[in-house]
Design a protein around this ligand. Sequence first.
Ligand code: ADP
Length: 482
Amino acid sequence: MNGYVRKVWRWWAWWAGGALLAAALLAQWRLGELRDAFELDARIAHRLLSQRLAQHDAVLVTLTLYPAPADAPGADATLRQLYPQLLQVLRQPADGPWSAAEWAAAEARSRQTALAQVLPVPGSPGRYGLLRAGPQTAVALLIDLQATVPWAEWPLPPDTSPVAVTVLRDDQAWVVQPGRTSPGGWRFEVRKPLASESQAFGLRLQRQVSWAELPWLAILAATAGWAGLLALWRQWSSQREQKARAEELLRLGQVSRLNALGELAAGLAHELNQPLTAIVANTQAASRLLDEEGDAADANAARQAMAQAVSQAHRAAEVVARLRRTVARPEASDRVPLDLAQAVQRTLHLLAPELAQAEVQVQQDLPTLQVQAEPVALEQVIHNLLMNAVQALVQVPAPERRLEIKLHADGPWAVLRLIDSGPGFSEDTRRRLFEPFFTTKPEGMGLGLSLCETLLTRLDGRIEASHHTPRGAVFTIYLPLP
Ligand code: ADP
């Protein structure tokens, strides 16, 4: 059924929406955590490398201020033991300039700026020279960048860390740590200049976060938890719906019984009225006969008895009339404007379990149409017709059980048509359908359709029954449009 499929889709949509939201929130939380850790590592790496570069300056200042005596070559070896990144200490030849032109130029620049100058070492990536001119002499250090990293304090394990660390100088990039790269996912990056005036290097840290690093277990748990919650909610709401449906059916049943009682009274009134009228007529005739032919004394007693019979008969007729009046028209104020399509939908919803159990395929064409009606009476009419249709349809094979419900406006009328593919009825039966107590069912009361007719007449409408080709019944309700 359409409604059922729509409902199932709605639940799936709720689940998928909630699961996606939970997954997005958990992923964002995890990414935030990873980013925080990455940025902390980046700050530590930046501080450690900046400290090391500052040491190079300090060493150079010391060496230029206190040049090592020529007879103490061991001093440089000690220095390199302390700072393993210093591959070589080079001093300006005592009696002249550096042999390489760019070293001499770097010395001149250093003298000018009072800063150490960086010299590239062609063919040796990750190595550079640092030259500083002092008051008496100039000293250069050959530095290995890899060895500059204080691995003991380094926050990123070089073999397993996913973070790639690179030192940048102009167009050169020295990889300090390659990092474990993984395809797809997200990319974090931090670029920061290292804090050294002489060695104007940049530090770049990159980290690739792969999909596998998302908290899948937590996402799975959240999704399953959400599904559980929805299942509980669904159970609760379907129980509530069932309860509401049962209450509504009970109410409709009570009203139905009351109305059936009224119908019974109306039937009785119809049946009793004729004999009572006959009693009155006969008694009056007998009375006249006695007047004309009987002897005087008997005629008197008979006259009295007949007069009493007449008055009893009148009383009985009055009782019947009173009974009839109790099945009166509803007041006009009981009628409210309502959507006929919605009234049909509501009743269909009430009978959904019966329709589903009988495997009836319902086809609806119900545009909105306003009428003035008494809601309960109208629902009862539709309920009776639907129940009759279900009872008729179960007599044919399941795949052939079809019920069409159509609504349209025709002149001053709202026309509601119920067409079933059941066995239908003979022409003789059709003429008697709306008679009270007419039924072809072993357990039937035969009041349903006559009640429908009465209720619709009260609402200034009417009902008609006809045959459907090739087989089946058509019931058409007419209600006045406002
Ligand atoms: P009951 O249902 O108690 O028999 P109703 O007044 O509702 O009383 O129906 C009277 C009769 O009309 C039913 O016994 C049945 O023979 C016939 N009838 C009503 N609806 C249908 C239908 N959809 N198809 C065939 N026959 C129907």
